[in-house]
Design a protein around this ligand. Structure first.
Ligand code: ARG
Ligand code: GLU
Length: 719
């Protein structure tokens, strides 16, 4: 293991300099691995300007926003910039039909108007430490997987427990390179984060789902929050006495922007990538798993859309859920097409041939890795039928119907009570009620009963008969009208279809609650639906999937060893990373070139009065007509809206700062371009582009559109 670690670090005496080939790098390793290349690409900072544990550096201005997005501090008074779609849940929760901030936007004109958001937090990274040796102590290569994992878990617990942590401080230890290395992240969270401003959706979500994942783009996808702290600048739960937080560093904003060819980097918390899969696994994703999930979402989105268009209150309720289900639905479609078009499987096969050639040429490697790929391919083949059913099942019970998801939790509660007793039951129940209360707020039983009826039919159609309860299929019926009638009745008689009655049941003494839940029609339905899955699918899915993950770890180690001249970045895992590239256009198809920047002119080209996706606010049209752009126009006299670069990003990088060669903010990452959405599996520098809101558009909207000059005054503006 030790040899491996040093290998990864020592690889790069000789780098190939020029355009980056992607990668999401650990900020604490930039000096060893990336600094030279970054300089060659135009960066004027040092690695320690980016990451330094002793004095303020760029990393001190970057936060994990709510655990799912990224944000950055842009003033000395704790102002935080993130995406509109990252603040969407908060903006939605403050909205009503009368006070519709989603529709009209929201701007606090002084600090007293800033809105608190219970449950929201931002997290800073204090330092990152390599703990591989401690995490892998006592672990040997010939161990069973379960034993290996148990020891690692204990080791990690020991690392976490030996540290002295103040309130709101944490240590998170995460595996890298598929479990070949481990890093500890020392973090500090601030739980009082208030909403300061958000443009109307006709700016913040302009183009909505039609334009989502697509370049050329014209979306002002930003919102603004503020971190509050106690009077000593320490984290504190919300209190009226809290004061604006003073950061160690905040990003200056460069209003000269960036042009084609300029260096950029994106600093944030990318969620998950899978760049080192074997060809067989990539094939499975593109041909089996993605299509199954897309098919289920096709159906549920259609139903939600119908109700949302007809009813304003339902539109608000479902806005966030719809957006998030639609988001990955569309991404998977792009990913399937991109994997095909970039010949990802073919490229992986060529890579695997090279891998095997090197392995076979060296007896020592051959003994260790000679069978590895065959075994891995065999596992994916065995996994395939179960992976397909699992995809349908998880979309049905985990994602698109709240009630089956609640029934799943009720089932877990019951199991917990039976296996671990009342105390464990009560602990879980408390957390669950807290979480579910929010979920029920955005739920309508008429809409969901129809989603349920349509999805269950598709599930029965797609999943092989031996994994289904035949009796249940008879009861639900084989026609749309029968399934609809069944669903309506089920949603009527069940006691868990509204939060109050669920709570009434759970407020009973544990044994009585379990008994009542045991008779509930929805819970009973879930159990029947789930029984054949639990018995025949899940054990096999877990068996092959776990075995595959374990071999992936070895395959990763093998790649590091066999291609020791290459530089590998660890797959994204929601930890802090830096990616860098250049502002760069691309050819989406033969003879078509996409430029790097879009302008306000393009917003007006797309304008469809009254349309729910492409309407434009009157005030913005007026500013456009009068060319009232303040300082925010480009040298060509136009207001830039979005731009693209070759930074390698993924989900979780939303809200990440795009930073120029000198360390100034020039944009806000929010999306990727359609042709390159397969970059989570196969990054291709020719067509993979991240999409950012130009910082000048953000300032233009804040200043000229919203009239919130007081916010601009807080910021550090440079030219
Ligand atoms: N595709 C972007 C991301 O993955 C933006 C999503 C929000 N926008 C939307 N229209 N749903 O998060
Ligand atoms: N919109 C994505 C997010 O929410 C970022 C775009 C991507 O997936 O690259 O994190």
């Amino acid at each position: 293991m030790k040899i491996l670690n040093s290998l990864v670090l020592l690889l790069f005496a000789s780098l190939c300099i020029g355009q980056s080939n992607g990668g999401m790098w650990l900020p604490n390793l930039l000096e060893q691995l990336n600094e030279e290349e970054m300089h060659a690409m135009g960066m004027e900072l040092t690695a320690s300007d980016i990451y330094d544990i002793n004095s303020g550096s760029l990393k001190d201005a970057v936060v994990h926003f709510g655990g799912f997005c990224t944000g950055e501090v842009i003033s000395s008074q704790g102002l935080v910039l993130t995406n509109h779609h990252c603040g969407y849940g908060q903006i939605q929760s403050h909205s009503s039909v009368e006070n519709n901030y989603l529709e009209d936007g929201f701007w606090a004109m002084d600090k007293s108007e800033e809105l608190p958001n219970p449950g929201l937090f931002v997290k800073f990274i204090n330092k990152i430490v390599d703990v591989t040796d401690a995490a892998l102590a006592e672990v040997s290569d010939d161990m069973e997987l379960a034993q290996r994992n148990a020891i690692i878990e204990e080791n990690i617990e020991a690392i976490v427990n030996t540290a002295e942590l103040a309130e709101f401080e944490e240590i998170e230890v995460k595996p890298f390179y598929k479990g070949n290395q481990f890093y500890a992240f020392y973090t500090i969270s601030y739980p009082d984060v208030r909403l300061v401003g958000a443009p109307p959706s006709s700016i913040g979500k302009f183009g909505a789902d039609t334009d989502n994942w697509v370049w050329p783009r014209h979306t002002g996808d930003f919102s603004i929050f503020r971190i509050y702290a106690d009077k000593d600048n320490n984290p504190a739960e919300y209190s009226e006495d809290n004061v604006p937080f003073t950061p160690k560093h905040h990003l200056p904003i460069n209003i000269s922007g960036a042009k084609e060819g300029d260096f950029t980097m994106v600093f944030g918390f990318p969620g998950r990538t899978n760049e080192y899969l074997p060809a067989s696994a990539v094939k499975q994703t593109a041909a089996i798993v993605d299509p199954a999930k897309v098919a289920m979402r096709d159906v549920s989105l259609k139903v939600m859309d119908k109700y949302m268009r007809a009813n304003e209150a339902i539109k608000i309720k479902y806005a966030s859920k719809f957006a998030s289900i639609a988001n990955y639905w569309k991404k998977w479609i792009g990913e399937m097409q991109g994997l095909e078009r970039s010949n990802a499987v073919g490229k992986k096969q060529v890579y695997e041939q090279e891998f095997m050639a090197r392995v076979n040429a060296n007896p020592e490697l051959k003994a260790k890795y000679g069978d590895l790929l065959n075994e891995l391919n065999g596992l994916y083949q065995n996994l395939q039928p179960y992976a397909e059913v699992n995809a349908y099942h998880s979309e049905l019970t985990g994602r698109n119907t709240l009630m089956l998801n609640v029934a799943y939790y009720m089932n877990r509660l019951e199991n917990l009570y039976n296996t671990e007793g009342e105390e464990a039951y009560n602990g879980f129940k408390g957390r669950l009620l807290n979480y579910l209360e929010g979920q029920y707020k955005n739920y309508d039983s008429t809409v969901e009963a129809e989603v349920f009826a349509k999805l269950i039919q598709l599930y029965f159609e797609k999943v092989p008969g031996n994994y289904l309860d035949q009796n249940l299929m008879e009861i639900v019926g084989r026609t749309d009208s029968k399934a609809m009638a069944f669903a309506k009745e089920l949603y009527k008689v069940s006691g868990i279809t509204n939060f109050e009655s669920l709570k009434t049941i759970l407020d009973l003494p544990a044994n009585e609650a379990i008994e009542a839940l045991g008779k509930d029609e929805m819970v009973l339905f879930y159990k029947k639906l789930n029984a054949p899955f639990e018995e025949k699918v899940k054990p096999n899915y877990d068996k092959y999937n776990n075995a595959a993950s374990d071999l992936q770890r070895i395959y990763m180690a093998a790649q590091l060893e066999v291609f020791s001249e290459k530089r590998f970045f660890p797959d994204a895992n929601s930890t802090m990373r830096v990616t860098y590239g250049k502002v760069d256009g691309y050819y989406p198809k033969d003879a078509v070139y996409y430029g790097t920047h879009t302008y306000l002119e393009g917003v007006m080209e797309k304008y469809v009065p009254g349309d729910y996706e492409f309407d434009v606010p009157k005030q913005l049209i007026k500013l456009y007509n009068q060319k009232d752009y303040g300082e925010y126009a480009d040298s060509n006299g136009k207001v830039p809206v979005n731009f693209i670069a070759s930074n390698h990003t993924t989900g979780g990088n939303s809200g990440s700062p795009a930073i120029d060669a000198k360390g100034n903010l020039i944009g806000l990452n929010f999306d990727r371009a359609w042709e390159g959405t397969m970059s989570d599996i196969n990054y291709d520098p020719a067509i993979c582009r991240n999409i950012m809101v130009d910082a000048r558009y953000i300032l233009f909207i804040v200043d000229k559109f919203a009239g919130a000059e007081h916010l601009i005054k807080e910021m550090t503006i440079v030219k």
